[in-house]
Design a protein. Structure first.
Length: 274
């Protein structure tokens, strides 16, 4: 499967300008015969969308996503947007569009530390549901801080994911005292290597939050296949299902996982009767 990460410099709150960037990179990805392209977290609206979140929120079947799905054609595209649920609540969400019905992941681990205040604006998601792309690939989506909760990549792998889509919005100034680019380098390589999961990570670049770019694609051995610089653009790599099978056989982390034991230990830690 040929995959791509689309790194863009979003305009906060300007859906039409951001939409044009999506269409341009989707066209570039199609010319490169890409099968799957991933855009950053909240790519349609920009990460800094307050105080206009209510007006920027969209239903999963909105006109903008339908137009992008039409442009993508048989290619799959992962798009960040503010979702308005049927109950009127809003979510930091990622839509997987293209060939087939739209699938939406709602961010689970909402950060409220450093300069991050997502719990003020969004409801938490509660589901990780890998999506079947073809007979060889099942894609799970985690949004940014989701991947820093060790349980969530593990659950995605446990549920049969064979590739991880990771849209993020990481800025140099997000958390004082931490080297975010170096932290992501460790996080991504650890996750890919531990679970035998190729990863497509897409970040923002530029803006007044000093997004640092650095989008990248890793294979199932944790090896870097492609990395973006700090500017707008598309990176592409080919991923092989047999590599994932080999990686998971040689380092059988998921084969040896024992979720029933973890369940019992969690119950004990929570004071539940055995």
């Amino acid at each position: 499967m040929k995959v791509a990460a689309a790194q863009i410099a979003c305009q906060a709150g300007d859906i039409q300008t951001n939409l044009a960037q999506h269409l341009a990179l989707i066209e570039q990805a199609r010319r490169a015969r890409v099968d799957l392209v991933v855009f950053p977290e909240l790519s349609l609206t920009g990460y800094q969308s307050d105080p206009d979140i209510a007006s920027l929120a969209r239903l999963a079947g909105c006109e903008e996503l339908r137009g992008l799905a039409e442009a993508a054609g048989p290619m799959r595209a992962s798009i960040g947007f503010i979702e308005r649920g049927e109950d009127g609540r809003v979510y930091n969400a990622q839509a997987l569009i293209g060939d087939g019905p739209t699938q939406v992941h709602r961010k689970i681990n909402l950060p409220s530390y450093g300069n991050l205040r997502e719990t003020r604006y969004y409801q938490r998601g509660s589901v990780i549901a890998p999506v079947r792309l073809d007979p060889d690939w099942r894609a799970a989506t985690l949004i940014c801080a989701d991947s820093w909760n060790p349980a969530l990549p593990w659950l995605a792998a446990l549920d049969g994911a064979t590739i991880l889509l990771l849209p993020i919005a990481s800025a140099l100034s997000a958390v004082e005292g931490f080297d975010n680019p170096a932290g992501w380098d460790l996080n991504l390589r650890h996750t890919a290597l531990t679970y035998g999961l190729p990863i497509v990570m897409a970040n923002h670049c530029g803006g007044n939050l000093d997004f640092w770019g650095g989008s990248r694609i890793l294979d199932a051995f944790g090896r870097e296949c492609a990395r973006a610089d700090a500017t707008t653009g598309l990176i592409v790599a080919d991923l092989s299902p047999p590599d994932g099978i080999t990686a998971r056989r040689r380092l059988p982390t998921m084969r040896d996982a024992n979720p029933h034991l973890v369940h019992r230990m969690l119950g004990r830690a929570l004071g539940e009767p055995e």
